[in-house]
Ligand binder design. Structure first.
Ligand code: ZN
Ligand code: ZN
Length: 169
């Protein structure tokens, strides 16, 4: 439950378990490909006048792609979330703070889930540390062995290209 009614919090912290589908509009435009639902946990506490503290967590599976050879790489993302939801406009310079309207009747945790997911996603992944990548000329996956292209800057490359383009007699 990621939209917590404020009346619930008057009786104590509220648990915030939720599962958001990979196609949830919340994740639109993030530039990540989710391979399954995003699982959210945590507790939301009232923390003084107009302040609400969320100790949350999220876990997701992404369909990543090796930056060198483009092979699919499953990526697990997990993050602990510490977010303050506040009605105090002066607190909002802090990136871990989220605004709450003065007349709000609920706290919507979803913006923090979106933000924290984006922060937790690795900027790029490789299928393995020593991935050899693709040949920039012929595109062969060099993890499967050398492709036979001459080394970069080798004049034979020009000759080979010309030879391969020649029709047979
Ligand atoms: Zn790779
Ligand atoms: Zn090649």
């Amino acid at each position: 439950m990621l939209q917590v009614d404020l009346r619930e919090l008057s009786g104590g912290p509220a648990n915030t378990p939720a599962e958001l589908g990979a196609a949830d509009p919340l994740f639109e435009g993030l530039g990540v490909v989710l391979a399954g639902p995003v699982r959210v946990g945590g507790r939301l506490h009232a923390a003084g006048e107009g302040r609400f503290y969320w100790q949350g967590s999220l876990r997701a599976q992404l369909a990543g792609e090796c930056r060198r050879c483009l092979a699919p790489v499953p990526v697990t993302v997990a993050a602990d979330i510490r977010a303050l939801f506040t009605q105090d406009p002066d607190a909002l310079d802090d990136p871990d703070c989220y605004p709450v309207a003065r007349d709000a009747t609920q706290i919507d945790l979803r913006p923090a889930v979106r933000e924290e997911l984006l922060l937790a996603v690795p900027r790029w992944v490789v299928c393995r540390e020593d991935c050899a990548g693709l040949c920039p000329r012929c595109g062969q996956d060099l993890n499967a062995g050398p492709c036979g292209c001459p080394p970069a800057g080798d004049p034979r490359w020009q000759a080979l290209a010309a030879f391969k383009g020649k029709p047979r007699d």
